[in-house]
Design a binder for this molecule. Structure first.
Ligand SMILES: Cc1cc2nc3c(=O)[nH]c(=O)nc-3n(C[C@H](O)[C@H](O)[C@H](O)COP(=O)(O)OP(=O)(O)OC[C@H]3O[C@@H](n4cnc5c(N)ncnc54)[C@H](O)[C@@H]3O)c2cc1C
Length: 408
């Protein structure tokens, strides 16, 4: 059975979050775009108090299934993220919660680790968790990671540099959060040697050395971290320390994080795109332009066609995203669907926001409106959590059965 109807619970949550996005995010959107490295403290406190304990991130489908049937947690998250990103994608990314680091713990951690590292997001002061994969010499090819983790007695000793780590500064310096650091325990083992390690805030040996100035999502901090003989407990390694050179099971475990985070990125992209589409729809209505959805093709104007394309691309991306989330809620393997929705949504949002500026003309380009900001905020969705090209390669690999080597 296929059912596209939302449950009343999800519908109510959506209405509430939309109101919150409109009333609390839009009014400070421009301000925190301009004051890039300042924290919207009051807003963070408010978000922490309303969302503490609830889930805004994806993942953790294992063990979520209630006796009554599958949960709707990931589908609800997709809808929540879309609404929050409709409000402001940079602010959404800056919300104190388990975030990307939490998704990594949920995907690769044991039940004990999930409890130990995630319980903090239910209590106390605002906290962040981040994920550090990217290095100066490695981005798309995460198997090329050079950060090392060497065992010394009952500790791991981490050394290396990580760049472009979302919420890295807030996780390490401004809260009792953590960063999940990907490092190799055996460089000769390639992918099989790569493991994920939880580095707690304020651990000696980890330093935030830089916070990036960016094109978009400027309310979100993006940090560079240096690990110098950073010592962490043995059981902060997520999953197993065993290096299986036959096959890459360990690496697959850490890569599973992306199956959860890519639909989240896609949902955020759709939220930004919808902000632009909603704005254009209103502007056209004020100018007396009605979109004739039922007009014959030969009678449709270029403007109507452009607008319908904007809407339909977003809707296609949304359906792919909901499918990936729905599958996660049922504990189904969604690697293909996660990459499909991420690549479609990343492309759709960059095209939709650019088209919005084109349709609105100079007004769209002006900083008086938020439309130019949405175009700047959009592009990141085509870059992080695997670029457009990388996600398309994953789709091709899974559908056509080609190897990485053949596709490269
Ligand atoms: C604002 C921001 C926040 C970020 N947050 C995080 C974070 O929290 N944690 C984290 O670890 N990283 C984060 N990143 C890093 C991001 O994930 C990487 O930038 C991304 O994975 C791409 O890696 P790269 O920049 O090294 O580009 P490269 O891998 O060097 O790629 C450059 C270009 O080449 C293309 N390309 C690469 N390989 C291939 C191939 N085989 N075939 C075809 N095309 C290819 C890419 O698609 C891209 O267009 C963030 C980046 C930004 C900008």
């Amino acid at each position: 059975m296929i059912d596209f109807e939302m449950s009343p619970q999800i519908e109510n949550a959506r209405t509430m979050i939309h109101m919150m996005a409109e009333q609390t995010m839009r009014p400070i959107s421009r301000e925190y775009d301009e004051r890039e490295h300042e924290e919207p403290t009051e807003w963070h406190e408010m978000m922490w108090s309303v969302s503490k304990g609830s889930e805004v991130t994806f993942g953790g489908s294992k063990g979520d299934k209630k006796a009554k049937g599958p949960s709707e947690r990931n589908l609800t998250s997709a809808i929540t993220i879309e609404e929050l990103s409709w409000g402001d994608a940079g602010l959404y990314l800056s919300i104190p919660n388990a975030g990307l680091g939490g998704a990594a713990v949920a995907a690769a951690g044991t039940p004990e680790q999930r409890k130990r590292f995630l319980a903090r997001f239910q209590e106390g002061k605002p906290k962040w968790a981040a994920m550090a994969i990217t290095e100066p010499g490695c981005g798309s090819d995460s198997a090329a990671i050079t950060t090392t983790a060497a065992r010394d007695g009952d500790q791991w000793v981490l050394n290396g540099t990580k760049i472009f780590c979302t919420s890295g500064q807030r996780a390490l310096d401004e809260s009792d959060g953590f960063v999940v650091v990907w490092a190799t325990v055996d460089k000769t083992a390639g992918r099989a040697g790569i493991k994920a390690f939880v580095v707690e805030a304020h651990t000696p040996g980890v330093t935030v050395t830089k916070v990036e100035d960016k094109l978009g999502i400027r309310a979100s901090d993006t940090a560079q971290l240096v690990l110098e003989d950073c010592r962490i407990p043995l059981d902060n390694l997520l999953g197993t320390a065993e290096v299986k050179t036959q096959g890459s099971e360990g690496f697959k475990g850490v890569m599973a994080t992306f199956d959860a985070t890519r639909p989240a990125v896609a949902a955020s992209a759709i939220g930004i795109g919808r902000a632009a589409v909603d704005f254009v729809r209103d502007a056209l209505a004020k100018a007396g332009v009605t979109i004739r959805y039922d007009a014959p093709y030969s009678k449709v104007t270029a403007l109507e066609r452009d607008f319908m394309e904007m809407e339909s691309n977003l809707q296609a991306a949304r359906l792919l995203t909901w499918r990936a989330a729905w599958m996660m809620d049922r504990g189904m393997h969604n690697n293909l669907e996660a990459s499909m929705c991420k690549s479609k949504a990343g492309l759709a949002v960059t095209q939709v926001t650019q088209k919005a500026i084109e349709v609105l003309g100079p007004l769209g380009y002006s900083r008086k409106l938020l439309v130019e900001k949405w175009m700047r905020d959009a592009k990141i969705n085509d870059i992080f959590e695997g670029t457009q090209q990388i996600n398309l390669m994953i789709v091709a690999r899974r559908i056509l059965g080609y190897s990485n080597k053949e596709l490269n």
